[in-house]
Write a protein that binds this ligand. Sequence first.
Ligand SMILES: NC(=O)c1ccc[n+]([C@@H]2O[C@H](COP(=O)([O-])OP(=O)(O)OC[C@H]3O[C@@H](n4cnc5c(N)ncnc54)[C@H](O)[C@@H]3O)[C@@H](O)[C@H]2O)c1
Length: 251
Amino acid sequence: MTNILLCGAGGKMGHAVARSAMDFEGVSIAAGYDIRIPSDVDFPVYTSLSDIKEKIDVIIDFSHPSLTDGILDYAAENKIPAVICTTGLSGEQVAHLNRTSETTAVFYSANMSLGVNLLIDLVQRAAKVLEDNFDIEIIEKHHNQKLDAPSGTALAIADAISDAVSYEPEYTYDRHSVRKKRDKSEIGILSMRGGTIVGEHSVYFAGCDEVIEIKHTATSKEVFAVGAVKAAVFLKDARPGLYSMKNLIEA
Ligand SMILES: NC(=O)c1ccc[n+]([C@@H]2O[C@H](COP(=O)([O-])OP(=O)(O)OC[C@H]3O[C@@H](n4cnc5c(N)ncnc54)[C@H](O)[C@@H]3O)[C@@H](O)[C@H]2O)c1
């Protein structure tokens, strides 16, 4: 049995993970953690990690960056593997995540869908081939409740492109205040927010008289929830280290 502690249990993703977990044999949400206790779940939810009494094998976190440091400390102190899916983490929090992974298994991905991780692979290949003659821009679209911009996924795509090309790209989030031509080394990252859009990421390679667009659209939050539960099962018995969707796909 894989007993999960679900952080952000009262949120949209928390509910989606609880629903998805029911489809997995041998997986159970043992407890939840959130700043508010939801009334519509069938497992105990705590507002303090120190109150948790249930046996926990692995943590799934879809909450808020303000909770991430406490969750990482709890994981390290109790030697519980943690799947961190919350986005908008600061550089210091990413460093905290890396430190925690030295003693505890930590899985981190800004996007838990298989499709987006394939997109990242394809985009890296395209960037290597096209880097000399094509301008690269990323456009991401999300629902009007999303707190962070650009999305963690857009930044992960930009970072993957940076790893693939031979130059050091400069990320450009805003062009309204400068009047100058686009620099060759720029990667433009644009965010749109509205309605209930679950998540769209398009990468444009714009060249002379031709444009290549590689796009992923998520039509439901379930894709992220299923990915997180699969990651939790994968991580439960993993050795300390930092894991990503690449490891899960390869496994
Ligand atoms: N990695 C992925 O694939 C992926 C996919 C979807 C969402 N996310 C991320 O997961 C997180 C949760 O997303 P969601 O759509 O469930 O959000 P949500 O707003 O529906 O839920 C957030 C939960 O966090 C709790 N919370 C704790 N401290 C909070 C604070 N200070 N402010 C606001 N909420 C606080 C809320 O009570 C709530 O239950 C976000 O960071 C989101 O970007 C990641």
